[in-house]
Write a protein that binds this ligand. Structure first.
Ligand SMILES: [Zn+2]
Length: 454
């Protein structure tokens, strides 16, 4: 099993993920995807989009604005309840998420319950806590011409209130708020889904665990609208399709995935079923994604706040009702890290006293499919022939890289580390018979073949 430090180090060394604003000493809870990271991330998001939207007739895409009318968050409950328990040390004024300071606590921890545990401040070691307060994790901003003075001036109070907006804490509400537009525009048959990928923001009190708990992330969410009579079978169907997606498309091992039926006491009050899919990350088991049956909770909230009907009229039966919703929700960074952890391996090099690090990424996710190089850099005839092969493959597969640095062994190590499935080498035999050496990343086996046959 890979450990997290090795993955973080590989990510930085090879240009997958850098700490956000690294040159200025970083910016907590933010990460930047480098040249290879963005390729892998896009491959992942494209694969998801292809599987869930393009290949289906019943799920449609949406790309809503990040800034939304603040009524959205009143209706969804985020304004009132999207909060973590915050506790402040009265000695050093450090602020912490109370439920993360000891095992066995959860988000509803009370001040009394917390004080009883006699927890010491992780920063200064003293035990002098203030009360637990609810900290809303939405990033607040002001839309329009609001001056810094306005924020403290009594006469601008109304202007400030009117201008207050939030960076969206989830992509789901951009889907729910467009449900009616989509029904009015083309009246799809039930069940149908709306899918969205995009950024979401959460002002985590203490971001940690690399990209697992960051302040800015990307989500891939679907709201699947169903007739309430069929929610159980539709739920099973989506769950089954997600199993296929995670194991067959992303290559995650079944043994690393655990499905947890969330007990009623831990579910949102409106939900009759929630399944969390957990992944065995290097630092322990953590939630990878969730599938929740949300009933008509969200559409009914929108009806109440907007005054507009969210009813759907069944085309054949004429039955009129507010559809219920199954919501599979997955975070791009969470699945990105699962893919890296799953792919990372260190192995003995056969016949040599060294180990190689290999990212055994599925071909559809790997940043590059092929790396082309001339056996020797200082032989113009090899370089010229290799360039030809490179141009040919680049035209055909796009994701092809060129490497003529160092010796061939070093190039293989580098391509292994970034997960390139095939290395193509042009040597003197190529000049004679047109065949190239193709080396397989996982087995390190080599074959000779013509580039046209790749
Ligand atoms: Zn302290």
């Amino acid at each position: 099993m890979a450990n997290l430090e090795d993955i973080v180090s590989l990510c930085k060394r090879r240009g997958f993920i850098f700490p956000g604003s690294d040159v200025y000493g970083g910016f907590a809870g933010t990460w930047d995807f480098g040249p290879l990271g963005v390729m892998l991330k896009r491959n992942l998001m494209n694969l998801w989009w292809n599987f869930w939207v393009e290949k289906r007739d019943d799920i449609f895409g949406i790309d809503a604005a990040i800034l939304m009318n603040p009524k959205t968050w009143v209706a969804s409950g985020h304004t009132a309840t999207f909060a973590d328990p915050l506790v402040e040390c009265k000695e050093c004024h450090g602020r912490f998420r109370a439920d993360k300071l000891a095992d066995g606590l959860n988000e509803s921890v009370t001040t009394e319950g917390f004080l009883k545990l006699k927890i010491k401040c992780p920063t200064c070691g003293k035990e002098n806590w203030g009360p637990i307060r609810k900290f809303n994790m939405m990033f607040e901003t002001h839309v329009g011409a609001v001056l810094p003075d306005d924020l403290t001036s009594e006469s601008s109070k109304e202007l400030v209130e009117r201008s207050t907006a939030y960076l969206r804490p989830e992509t789901a509400q951009g889907i729910f708020t467009n449900y009616k537009n989509v029904v009015d525009a083309f009246y799809p048959d039930l069940p149908f889904g709306l899918a969205q990928q995009g950024k979401a923001f959460r002002n985590e009190i203490s971001p940690r665990d690399f990209i697992l708990r960051d302040r800015e992330c990307s989500q891939m969410e679907i709201e699947y609208f169903v007739n309430p009579k069929t929610w159980e079978s539709e739920f099973e169907k989506i769950l089954g399709e997600y199993r296929t997606f995670l194991t067959e498309k992303l290559g995650l091992k079944k043994s690393d995935l655990t499905e947890v039926e969330v007990p009623a006491a831990d579910r949102a009050h409106y939900s009759k079923r929630t399944v969390d899919i957990m992944y065995k990350y290097p630092n322990g088991e953590e939630e990878l994604m969730g599938i929740a049956y949300r009933t008509d909770f969200d559409l009914k909230n929108i009806e109440r706040e907007s005054g507009k009907s969210m009813e759907y009229r069944d085309k054949t039966s004429g039955e009129v009702f507010v559809p219920h919703v199954i919501e599979p929700s997955i975070g791009v960074e969470r699945v990105f890290l699962a893919i890296l952890a799953n792919a990372y391996s260190e192995e003995k090099v056969e016949g040599k006293n060294e180990t190689r690090t290999v990212l055994k990424l599925p071909e559809l996710l790997a940043p590059y499919k092929f790396c082309v190089s001339p056996l020797l850099k200082n032989k113009p005839e090899l370089v010229e022939k290799a360039r030809e092969v490179y141009e040919f493959l680049k035209e055909k597969y796009t994701f092809v890289t060129w490497d003529d640095s160092g010796n061939i062994g070093k190039r293989y190590r580098k391509q292994d580390e970034i997960g390139t499935p095939k290395c193509v080498v042009v040597d003197f035999d190529t000049l004679d018979d047109g065949t190239v050496t193709v080396r397989d990343r996982d087995s390190a086996a080599q074959i000779r073949i013509k580039p046209e046959e790749l």
